[in-house]
Design a protein around this ligand. Structure first.
Ligand SMILES: [Zn+2]
Ligand SMILES: [Zn+2]
Length: 152
C-alpha cells in the first residue's frame, strides 16, 4: 500500500453518502467479534483504520448508532449500508471504515484477524495472518462489557 498516493474514496450502496481519505489505511483487519457480526449481518467485518484527520464525508450524512461506550457506528439511513465507526474520544487518531464500501477494496487487503474467539466454526480461515483475541485489546473489552450491561 505504501506507494499509493491517490486518495481513498468510497460510499454506501445507494450512493447518498460518500467519503474520502487522503492517506492509505494505517491497518486493515478482519474482525470476528460479536458486535461486528451483528453490525454487518455477516460472519465478520473487514475494516480499515484511517487517520481521522485525513477522513471526511464528501456527500450526504451518515446516521450514527452508539454501539458501545467508546464508539458509534455510522450507516446510510437510506440504504442501510454500514460505513464506519468513530470514537467519542476526540483525540483518538483513527476512524474505522468498512472496507466493502471502498471504491477499490482490492487495494486494502487485511493483515490480521481480530476477535478470533467469536469466529463462527463453519468459517474456514486458510491464511497465515496473525489471529488476535479481543482480550488482547483492553479498550475493546471495556467497550464490550459496557455494551452487555446496556442490554440488562
Ligand atoms: Zn445509501
Ligand atoms: Zn469487531
Amino acid at each position: 500500500m505504501g506507494e499509493k498516493t491517490m486518495p481513498i474514496t468510497g460510499g454506501c450502496l445507494c450512493g447518498a453518502v460518500r467519503y474520502e481519505a487522503g492517506e492509505p489505511p494505517h491497518r486493515v483487519e478482519y474482525c470476528h467479534c460479536r458486535m461486528c457480526q451483528k453490525n454487518t449481518g455477516s460472519a465478520f467485518a473487514v475494516s480499515a483504520a484511517i487517520r481521522a484527520d485525513s477522513f471526511r464525508i464528501t456527500s450526504g450524512e451518515p446516521k450514527f448508532y452508539k454501539s458501545s461506550e467508546i464508539l458509534e457506528r455510522g450507516f446510510c439511513a437510506n440504504c442501510g449500508s454500514g460505513l464506519m465507526a468513530r470514537y467519542f474520544d476526540p483525540d483518538h487518531p483513527y476512524v474505522w471504515v468498512a472496507v466493502g464500501t471502498l471504491d477499490h477494496p482490492e487495494d486494502t487487503p487485511p493483515t490480521q484477524h481480530f476477535g478470533i474467539e467469536s469466529q463462527v466454526p463453519w468459517l474456514t480461515i486458510d491464511d497465515d495472518l496473525p489471529r488476535a483475541r479481543s482480550e488482547d485489546d483492553p479498550d475493546f473489552i471495556a467497550a464490550q462489557t459496557a455494551a452487555e450491561h446496556d442490554q440488562d
